[in-house]
Design a protein around this ligand. Structure first.
Ligand code: ZN
Ligand code: ZN
Ligand code: ZN
Length: 158
């Protein structure tokens, strides 16, 4: 498992650029259209390392001078979700960019309740433990949400 924590004063423009670049390559490879709107919504989701709500995105689009309506935003988010470019953070009803789209992976999130930063863990061990426990109970898993709330290392150091 890699340390996916964003460094406190990193150059976030580089994160955005690499996310957009990865999205363009991935969509081109799949013959999917990363329209200008979808690209902009992805960029807005990547505004930081904190989950972003649909209405926040809608407001930003309106600030861009677009006459966007909620369904427009939801359709763009659905596309980004389907392509694995963003994940939904259920406990916050918000969205966050995936740092390594294109590979199938289970996600777990550590969410800081002080600064709002959410870090994606892709720990196959957690997933195997859930699979094992469910199987022992004869339970068929349809969806899994593992979101852990707490205080990140940077906030703890303050
Ligand atoms: Zn960043
Ligand atoms: Zn991911
Ligand atoms: Zn924090």
């Amino acid at each position: 498992m890699t340390d996916a924590r964003p460094k406190p004063h990193h150059n976030h423009r580089a994160c955005i650029a690499s996310a957009l670049n990865a999205a363009e390559k991935l969509c081109a490879g799949r013959g999917e259209q990363l329209t200008e709107l979808r690209r902009r919504v992805l960029e807005l989701v990547w505004a930081g390392h904190k989950p972003v709500g649909a209405y926040q995105i809608l407001n930003s689009l309106r600030e861009d001078g677009r006459s966007a309506a909620p369904p427009t935003v939801y359709r763009a988010l659905d596309f980004l979700l389907a392509q694995g470019l963003v994940h939904r953070v259920e406990s916050l009803n918000a969205f966050i960019g995936c740092p390594h789209p294109g590979e199938a992976h289970a996600t777990q999130f550590l969410i800081c309740k002080d600064c709002g930063t959410a870090v994606e863990l892709d720990d196959p061990g957690i997933d195997r433990a859930i699979d094992g426990s469910a199987a022992r109970l004869g339970f068929a898993i349809a969806a899994r949400t593992v979101e852990i709330s707490g205080t990140c290392a940077d906030c703890r150091a303050r």
